[in-house]
Design a protein around this ligand. Structure first.
Ligand SMILES: *[C@@H]1O[C@H](CO)[C@@H](O)[C@H](O)[C@H]1NC(C)=O
Ligand SMILES: *[C@@H]1O[C@H](CO)[C@@H](O)[C@H](O)[C@H]1NC(C)=O
Length: 480
């Protein structure tokens, strides 16, 4: 099962590849090997372009978007022989960009938040107004932009292809290969002349942060910048680089925006950047991210915003006992408790419970490690200071979690059961006396007995429902 973040990530990948024709990316750590891999990729793209780009990018990602599928249906052998790069000439209106289409430099590309598709139009605002006027007068629009032609791009890419042809795997020939390649700066100049931008990941992130931080950008431009940024910060090195020029703080401040969309997408970027990245997590705590995330969760915001904020909070807390301590001090458990009781936020309850489960088991794992693999003493010390269990018991989480067992979904029940098991230490006494819980458990037991029996009749050993039944039985046993 892929998480939501991963799905979006691969969707983003796909879209990035689509616009690749206008933006050739260079790895941030430019090593000789990196350059060669990059040239190989460029040669590959070049051959794709020659074969008409559509559907080729799906090689990098086996999934095909519905747009690509649609295109495939209409594609014929003739179209595949077409040598021309498909360059999309934007007008003053937003139009959907199809996979494989390049856009002239200076075009304005945005993400349509409703459809998830990229849209393009001419960038110049004044021209836009003028064009509108002209259009009303019935005149033809002047679509002549200062962009590159498909021929320019193809010949530039063909140069890469020649170079790669000479490459041998033999290490001794690397010098030779090195001499045959022109310095990367030369290549960059070529591309600049074509208005094709070669940027390192760091440069791209700086550009996106500037776009987001500038007072002159529109809301949709800000959101597009955040959306693009999220793709980059999945890489740990990139997320750390974001610290080097103050980019992380700009995104954290985005949580203070008056626009819900900016809050939502800032949280989206932060969640990706925090993920298993201690250096970024520490900076985020210092930058006040935790308070801001909790304030959003505690106040009136749409579900979409709270969902992403909860995601960012979970990333910030996981594997970071100091943040967990601060979270408890700031009343984080109360905030989450109110959240699961809030009308319209039911679907967040299971995510909250999953977060608590992770925190409880993380702490238990560190505190009860087996011999030979002791974690550093400071770490154990830090986790000891996270007084999670008493907080959970005092604030009524025992019954909140057991109350969620009535959810209709098997997957949700599984998560709740798992959490009930993890909460046994602080909640055992309460659960023993909880009549509602025992009747729910009896009901579930009967339900899964039936489902498990059916599974066995169907010839399935150790099936999902048999496992669920086993989990329920062992929980009931442990309660006694
Ligand atoms: C963001 O904008 C503010 C105010 O305009 C400025 O002071 C700050 O340096 C900018 N930050 C970055 C990282 O560009
Ligand atoms: C940002 O939000 C935090 C908490 O949400 C608040 O304490 C702070 O004053 C806000 N900062 C600005 C600059 O609005």
């Amino acid at each position: 099962m892929r998480t939501e973040g991963e799905k979006t990530y691969s969707k983003m990948r796909r879209q990035r590849l689509v616009t690749m024709a206008s933006q050739v990316l260079l790895p941030s750590r430019v090593s000789m090997l990196g350059i060669m891999l990059w040239l190989l990729a460029a040669a590959y793209i070049s051959s794709c372009l020659n074969n008409h780009v559509q559907n080729q990018f799906s090689l990098s990602n086996p999934e095909k978007s519905s747009v690509q599928e649609k295109k495939k249906e209409t594609s014929t052998e003739e179209e595949l022989d077409n040598e021309d790069l498909d360059v999309f000439y934007p007008t003053n209106q937003w139009q959907t960009l199809q996979p494989g289409q390049a856009v002239p430099a200076g075009s304005h590309v945005r993400l349509n938040l409703q459809t998830g598709e990229r849209e393009v139009k001419l960038a110049d605002g004044e021209k836009y107004q003028n064009n509108l006027k002209e259009q009303k007068k019935g005149q033809r629009l002047d679509l002549n932009t200062h962009g590159f032609t498909s021929q320019d791009l193809k010949s530039a890419l063909a140069k890469f292809k020649e170079g790669v042809g000479a490459e041998k795997e033999d290490k001794a020939r690397q010098e030779e290969v090195r001499r045959r390649f022109r310095p990367i700066e030369d290549l960059k100049k070529d591309f600049e002349a074509l208005n094709v931008v070669i940027e390192t990941d760091l440069q791209i992130m700086i550009r996106l942060i500037n776009q987001f931080n500038s007072s002159s950008t529109t809301l949709e431009e800000k959101i597009t910048a955040l959306y693009d940024l999220e793709y980059y910060v999945h890489q740990m090195d990139n997320a750390r680089d974001l610290l080097s020029f103050g980019g992380l703080q700009v995104v954290i401040n985005g949580l203070n925006s008056t626009e819900d969309l900016v809050k939502e997408y800032s949280a989206f970027v932060l969640g990706a950047a925090f993920s298993s990245n201690p250096k970024v997590q520490v900076e985020a705590i210092e930058g006040g991210a935790l308070q801001k995330l909790l304030v959003i969760l505690a106040t009136d915001h749409p579900l979409a915003v709270k969902k992403k904020v909860l995601f960012a909070l979970s990333s910030l807390l996981r594997h970071f006992p100091y943040a967990q301590q601060q979270f408890l001090k700031l009343g984080g458990l109360q905030v989450l408790r109110n959240l699961v009781h809030e009308k319209g936020m039911e679907m967040l309850a299971v995510r909250v419970v999953t977060l608590l489960y992770d925190l409880v088991t993380e702490k238990m794992l560190v505190e009860t490690v087996e011999h030979g693999q002791d974690p550093p003493p400071e770490k154990v010390q830090q986790y000891r200071q996270v007084s999670l269990m008493p907080g959970l018991r005092e604030q009524g989480w025992c019954s909140i979690v057991s109350g969620l067992l009535g959810l209709p979904d098997h997957d949700m029940r599984e998560k709740v059961l798992r959490t009930l098991g993890a909460l046994l230490a602080p909640c055992r006494d309460r659960y023993r006396q909880d009549a509602t819980l025992s009747s729910t458990l009896r009901g579930l037991r009967a339900e899964y007995q039936e489902l498990a029996a059916q599974e066995q009749r169907d010839g399935e050993e150790n099936g999902y429902f048999q496992e669920m039944l086993g989990t329920i039985d062992s929980f009931i046993r442990e309660l006694r």
